[in-house]
Design a protein around this ligand. Structure first.
Ligand SMILES: Cc1cc2nc3c(=O)[nH]c(=O)nc-3n(C[C@H](O)[C@H](O)[C@H](O)COP(=O)(O)OP(=O)(O)OC[C@H]3O[C@@H](n4cnc5c(N)ncnc54)[C@H](O)[C@@H]3O)c2cc1C
Length: 284
């Protein structure tokens, strides 16, 4: 197996394009797959030295380099302030070792339906920047995944950056994840929520779920129901049933259809009740 260690993006791109060429970032997914003999790369392009480890504010937008580690994201004041839904999700990922090595680009490119950064990036409506020798393109995260472990990345390109809009002060959010344990666990189900709140009325609601389908999905019907609704116990009870009808989970090694369906309702209900009670507390 040949390993390339390019010093810049231009050089890295010259090594890409072959069928059995794989990109190596933190290696926390790739090395496991090689060890498990799930893949047999002919060559590996180690992109660690490409200076893509950054978090920048650019006007109303946040730009995150593909090689930014999960731990760096978690410790970032910028992410904590302007993308708290992502901050919360990365706080629930892996062990310290995995968090220091694993990158945002690797988590996205790996295309696991249970990837923890992805539901928040759906809610943030993030754009993924890809580069190749042919040029550069941006793809909305909602159009990025085509199946478990599958995405729209061509052989000659790789992710360089993730871009999303800053969240504003009237935005409410939550990220919930259930796994086998409380920590160091892959999601049986995860749910990210974002929306704008005016008084108790919700708008621009976006809900994304992990580990309930072959890719992370939007729960669009559920979000549409909540738009323009005032948050009350009745509305929350109804919407927690709507989401259970909207999703079509499967039973697999991690969980069952029934559990995932029920928990989708329960996680949404819990998050919305928290928002409602904090509004009531502020108003009283
Ligand atoms: C013990 C353990 C615990 C874990 N816990 C969690 C968890 O709680 N939540 C979670 O979501 N994940 C978890 N993971 C999975 C993994 O750590 C994450 O998905 C991590 O973010 C992957 O990033 P990486 O840089 O290590 O990717 P790598 O392993 O380097 O790469 C993963 C895949 O993406 C490709 N790739 C990497 N970077 C790019 C790029 N910039 N452009 C194009 N393709 C690229 C690689 O070719 C490979 O196919 C865990 C893994 C382990 C081993």
């Amino acid at each position: 197996m040949k390993v390339y260690n390019p010093k810049n993006i231009k050089e890295a791109l010259t090594y890409l394009g072959g069928k059995d060429t794989h990109i190596l970032a933190g290696g926390t997914d790739l090395i496991v797959r090689i060890k498990d003999r799930d893949i047999y790369p002919k060559s590996i392009v180690n992109i660690k030295m490409l200076h893509l480890d950054y978090i920048k504010i650019n006007g109303d937008f946040i730009k995150v380099g593909a090689l930014t580690s999960v731990e760096t994201l978690y410790r970032s004041e910028i992410i904590n302030t302007y993308a708290p839904v992502l901050s919360d999700a990365v706080g629930k990922m892996g062990s310290p070792q995995i968090r220091n090595l694993g990158t945002i680009g690797g988590n996205i490119a790996n295309a696991s339906p249970a990837a923890d950064t992805v539901p928040p990036l759906f809610v943030l409506n993030a754009g993924i920047t890809l580069k190749s020798r042919r040029g550069k393109r941006a793809v909305a995260i909602g159009e990025f995944f085509t199946g478990p472990g599958e995405n729209i990345i061509e052989r000659d390109e790789f992710i360089t950056e993730v871009v999303f809009k800053k969240m504003e002060s009237d935005e409410v959010w939550f990220f919930k994840k259930l796994g086998q344990r409380k920590a160091l666990t892959i999601a049986k189900i995860s749910l990210a929520f974002g929306g704008r709140l005016s008084g108790r009325k919700l708008n621009e609601v976006s809900i994304a779920l992990g580990a309930v389908a072959s890719t992370v999905i939007y729960a669009k019907r559920t979000a549409d129901f909540l738009n323009s609704k005032r948050l009350t116990r009745d509305v929350i009870d109804v919407v927690s049933k709507i989401i259970q009808k909207e999703i079509e989970p499967i039973t697999d090694i991690r969980s069952t259809v029934e559990y995932r369906r029920k928990m989708a309702g329960a996680l949404l209900k819990q998050g919305l009740l928290d928002i409602m009670y904090s509004v009531i507390a502020r108003q009283s």
